[in-house]
Design a protein around this ligand. Sequence first.
Ligand code: ZNH
Length: 142
Amino acid sequence: MLSKKEKTLIKEMLERLTPVAAEIGADALLMFAAYPGTKTYFSHLDISPNSSRLLAHGKKIVLAIVEGAQDISQLTVTLAPLQTLHAYQLRIDPTNFKLQLLSHSMLVTLACHLGDEFTPVAHAAMDKYLSAFAAVLAEKYR
Ligand code: ZNH
């Protein structure tokens, strides 16, 4: 799926974004939560623009994506706790992962933040990685 080169590219790109994880996560989450079907999951959180919860939750999401990128071949192992959380505690409808709305929101946000650095090669690699990530999160439901 992902070549060695792509994995390295993703890892480096994400590591450089770690200092602005909250900002990027917040932007992506705002975009994501604007989709009608996803809003309900966040009704208990104040994720209005610039709210502390938006930044905190956004940061958690990006850091999980950075962590997963450390060794993409081990994604199912790294993400096991998150799988359980989404499937059994949060009970997120798995359709949400298949729609890839958060992945898409993240790609758009990365494109905005990275500018020229978000090359077609980087875009394709990141798209594949985020799809794999979402697929792993949806796995526990089967
Ligand atoms: Zn999610 C949570 C990530 C998807 C919903 N998440 C969470 C967290 C993280 C994440 C990291 C935290 C955990 C702790 O705290 O420990 N997610 C993630 C990712 C993805 C996701 C990376 C993709 C790719 N989510 C998702 C979806 C949804 C969700 C799709 C819906 C629809 N999450 C969620 C919620 C939560 C979470 C609701 C909880 C919040 C609170 O805080 O409450």
